[in-house]
Design a protein around this ligand. Structure first.
Ligand code: MN
Length: 746
């Protein structure tokens, strides 16, 4: 129990009046709520949704007013921010929580935070903030610590308690994704930190203001702790203003409806959310177990500036298992996941919850009534000491999305299999794209000010292919479905880079009967910065966006930057310069620029120095494909060829399409020749195919001989050691001896 902090002179602990309902402290409210849920399986034990059933119109009106208040707060407050991440791309979200921290409703935006802010509020309650530092009208709290409740450190949260006649009636919460978080390397998804002590500014659910005013000492601390204090300051005001608008909206609703109705409403809304989620599960999926696996590659071996225990080439395992029960049970497990590590890609449970919510709201519950009711309808297992639940305090979390994004393609593929089996074809999706390359860096900007940058262009990657249509091109991010790449002119105002070009990046979409959404490319010159380091934060050498039902994965990354480029000389002489790189096999950058070309498969780097006029290339990934590419309509292949989605040299090898250019240079697919070619490919497939039993026997031989890449062997050994259950499953599947381990000889 925290030491009691007297509210006013003379007030004693004995004379303390709790701020919860019916004379309870917040802690008592939270414990009662959890007990009633455990006993009854219903939120606060609610049996009948009396308000909703007796007066459904009124109930819906209250919900609409609350949701409207949240959306209004978001749309208005975002204009206070000066950061393009918030203002242009909408990386912010507001929500309203019950006194004990359960979300009732949330705005549009980064809906990943349905439950993360809930975790942060519950953390304050469990640590008796009510007694010390006290929770009073006009207070402001802030958090960005994922182990307390957040997706990653750059998502900074603000909380404002809302009171009515001396009782806490709920919390307004707001989150923005900030420009720089003061980590050991610049930017907002820092790849540099190898322990939490390097993650940057830590706001551990702190009280940061009272009487609606931010504390001076807090503001000074933040200004000194981040590289971009101006953006930070305005982002913080955005969050505070939004929370205050929500408080006003809630007070108006209570004035109109009465406090008792409002109290009843917020609990019923959550219980309704729980029931409707279960209903959706029963309606959309088929009970059973769904497996899907993804691998996360962190090739940091040889990175200068990292100690030897961090500079390692690691492949990580993200086995996803979804269990759907006969009564709408929904259980997610990551049993078998790889160990946490000395890098910034570790994901605390709150971040994992964030990923679940951002995906379920785009698939299972795409309506406006999203709240913690759905959270209560699900269960999960994030095994301790793994990337999915590092437990240890020292695990860095700044780039948690690097694990989250690929790992949760498993959830999408599992849901799609269930939806497909149930006949909901239009809902089926292949996996979404990895939001990479993250073009990140920092130093001095074009005005000579200190800066940390990450181009949020990456929130417009390709979506997964659908079972009736292609994926959407450069349109969305799994973490922000309102995808937007932002205006070039705005980016050029705030970051010391000049665009040489921005266009479609061919061959980024995963091929299939329906292809994934395409990615795009931006080619930049480092511009007017006298002191800058840059890095590529990419996905290593694995396919991060797998295909489904015979569709192919989307392309993995590569790097092509030029140090000491002759670009400025080319400008002076009026010579041609590169604007894109459609085909790395026939590189425009190589042809039209001299200098030291960093042209390789190293997609994940520690920052390195670049200079005015150097070239930085960033291309953004596409989504996975769906269905056999040989079944793709030739008319769609023609479109892809003519729109730079597909490089001509792959039309034949992937799609079996015989294409040629007509007299106007347009690509045309010869239907007859294509049919013939496809028949040949099918015949060839039949010739080289072997029975599954034979395949399994041969693979088993490889496993026993250890005829597999070393980092893959290490990865499986780690999973076997971390989880007896997963290890036993693996060994029984492959019929291996009980004490089986891969040899780790080089
Ligand atoms: Mn974020």
């Amino acid at each position: 129990m925290a030491t009691f902090l007297p509210k006013e002179a003379g007030e004693t602990e004995k004379g303390y009046k709790p701020i919860g309902w019916d004379g309870m402290t917040l802690r008592e409210m939270l414990e009662t709520s959890e007990r009633l849920f455990a006993e009854t399986g219903r939120y606060w034990g609610i049996e009948e949704l009396t308000l909703k059933e007796k007066d459904p119109i009124r109930y819906e009106k209250i919900f609409a007013k609350l949701r409207g208040g949240l959306v209004n707060a978001r749309e208005t407050a975002m204009n206070i921010s000066a950061s393009p991440i918030v203002q242009e791309l909408g990386e912010l979200c507001f929500a309203f929580y019950t006194p004990e921290g359960d979300s009732v409703a949330l705005s549009t935006g980064i809906i990943v935070h349905v439950h993360t802010m809930s975790d942060a509020i519950k953390f304050m309650i469990r640590n008796d903030y009510e007694l010390n530092p006290r929770i009073r009208p006009g207070d402001i709290f802030s958090n960005n610590k994922p182990s307390i409740g957040d997706a990653h450190n750059a998502d900074v949260q603000t909380f404002v308690p809302i009171f009515w006649e001396g009782e806490l009636i709920g919390w307004a919460g707001g989150v923005t994704h900030v420009t720089d978080i003061g980590a050991s390397t610049p930017g907002n998804v820092p790849v540099g930190p190898i322990s939490s002590y390097e993650d940057g500014l830590d706001l551990t659910a702190n009280k940061v203001g009272e009487n609606d005013i931010l504390y001076q000492d807090h503001e000074i601390r933040c200004e000194m702790g981040v590289r971009t204090p101006m953006f930070w300051k305005l982002d913080e005001r955005t969050r505070v203003a939004g929370c205050h608008m929500i408080r006003y909206a809630v007070e108006r609703i209570i004035q109109g409806e009465g406090i008792d109705t409002f109290k009843r409403f917020i609990r019923e809304a959550i219980e309704e959310g729980r029931r409707s989620f279960i209903h959706r599960v029963k309606e959309l999926l088929i009970p059973g177990k769904y497996f899907a696996v993804t691998f996360v590659d962190l090739p940091l071996e040889g990175e200068m500036g990292l100690p030897d225990y961090a500079a390692v080439d690691r492949l990580s395992h993200a086995p996803h298992e979804l269990t759907i029960g006969p009564n709408g049970e929904f259980h997610i497990s990551f049993d078998g996941a790889s160990k946490w590590g000395y890098h910034s890609f570790n994901c605390p449970p709150s971040a994992m919850q964030g990923a679940i919510w951002v995906l379920l709201t785009q698939t299972m519950i795409p309506n406006d009534k999203v709240n913690d009711g759905a959270y209560l309808a699900t269960t999960h297992f994030f095994p301790p000491y793994t990337l999915a639940n590092p437990v240890v305090k020292e695990a860095a979390t700044g780039a948690a999305w690097g694990f989250l994004i690929p790992a949760f393609t498993g959830l999408i593929r599992s849901l799609s299999r269930g939806l497909f089996a149930r006949g909901y074809l239009e809902e089926v999706l292949s996996s979404y794209a990895m939001t990479m390359n993250a073009m990140q860096g920092g130093g001095k900007d074009q005005y000579g000010r200190e800066t940390g940058i990450l181009s949020f262009e990456l929130s417009a990657v390709g979506t997964g292919a659908r079972s009736v249509l292609d994926g959407v091109d450069y349109a969305a991010a799994m973490w922000n479905p309102e995808g937007n790449m932002g205006d070039i002119e705005v980016w050029e105002l705030v970051i010391p880079l000049m665009y040489l070009g921005r266009s479609v990046k061919p061959n980024t979409a995963g091929p299939g009967k329906y292809r994934g959404g395409s990615g795009f490319q931006s080619l930049y010159a480092i511009w007017k910065s006298l002191d800058i380091v840059m890095q590529n934060a990419g996905d290593g050498n694995v396919f991060p966006a797998p295909g489904i039902f015979g569709g192919y994965p989307a392309a993995a990354g590569y790097r092509h930057n030029v140090l000491g480029a002759d670009l400025l000389k080319r400008f002076e002489e009026g010579r041609e310069y590169p604007t894109k790189e459609n085909d790395p096999g026939d590189s425009e950058i190589s042809r039209l620029c001299e200098g030291k070309h960093l042209f390789d498969k190293r997609t994940l780097n520690y920052p390195y120095r670049m200079n005015h006029g150097d070239i930085y290339y960033s291309w953004y990934r596409g989504g996975g494909g769906l269905g056999d590419p040989l079944e793709r309509d030739p008319a769609l292949i023609e479109e892809d060829l003519n729109n730079d989605i597909l490089l001509p040299r792959y039309a034949l090898s992937i799609y079996g399409a015989v294409a040629r250019q007509d007299e106007n240079g347009r690509w045309v697919v010869d239907r007859e020749a294509t049919e013939k070619k496809r028949a040949e490919i099918r015949e060839e497939r039949g010739r080289i195919a072997i029975p599954v039993f034979q395949f399994l026997t041969e693979e088993r031989e490889r496993i026993l001989k250890g005829d597999i890449a070393l980092k893959v062997r290490r990865m499986y050994n780690e999973s076997i050691e971390l989880s007896t259950e997963w290890g036993n499953w693996f060994k029984s599947f492959w019929n291996l001896p009980p004490d089986f381990r891969f040899s780790e000889d080089e």
